[in-house]
Design a protein. Sequence first.
Length: 345
Amino acid sequence: MPWRDVVDEQRGRSMKKDVSSPLLSVEGLQTWFPIRKGLLSRTVGHVQAVSGVDLEIKAGETLALVGESGCGKTTVGRSILGLTPTQAGRVVFDGVDLLSLSSDDLKPYRKKVQIVFQDPMASLNPRMRVRDAVAEGMRSFGIGSSEADRTDRVVRLFERVQLDSKHIWRYPHEFSGGQRQRICIARALALEPELIICDEAVSALDVSIQAQILNLLSDLQSELGLAYLFITHDLGVVRYLADRVAVMYLGRIVEAGLTERIFNDPKHPYTRALLAAAPSVDPDVRGAAPPVGGDVPSPSDPPPGCAFHTRCPDVMDRCRDQMPEESLLEDGRVRCFLADSSHSG
């Protein structure tokens, strides 16, 4: 099947979706890791990596999940895919709760949600030619009528991610970092997904290469109607690519909304601190709020009340022992006592 036909077929499927309802809905997700000690490896506590996260992604849109290292955002991505066991919550994809499915029933959905990891070299088997790495998933899911057909598909995928198709028989070490990430994107596309989770997918690349990969992802989204969950700490990437932003701190979403509103009118002190710490050439943005100080508390022993109160410049007495409820905004939500009460629901 020619690449253009593949594009038209996938675009046709995306247009049939009810875009008013979310493609992916994450509800009350909890993922905790046991802390074991002693000769008998008894559980003495838990690392509360994800504590009740709610997210929604519509077909064809990009949601950026941002926060400092250790906030739990990568665990959210792995939990959605079923790579990390969860303790509670629902992951509803296209109306089906994936966490309630058996392994056999889950298989058809695995091809619809793919992931591109941060380190492309670690994602590729160094002993496997890249043609086989890209075709491996096709073989598992019965895509392609023969090995020759799958090779033809790999050639077209290479061309689509702007790689020389003559190089499909090379090994991963024969490519640059940016080229290897393009191969990982081709491997994800090979299964004709509807959602791709990009876990710090450009953070290990040079700035100029980052821009090329982001342009490629944007083009693919326009052509195929793909949805992205873009996990990153780089707010510059967020502003370029994302439709909406969810800000995560110590296992919880503290603010969510449209990208422009988040950048121009952040409601949570943590969001303001992240923006202040991000490099910017705009003097109105630079220094608009003090960058966040101190260290992220341990997720194995989170502070009571609002988890951010130990670092918040606007902390109040009740922040230390009360968890703020979410206040609804016109374009999203925020979890802070300072939120405008007129937006609360």
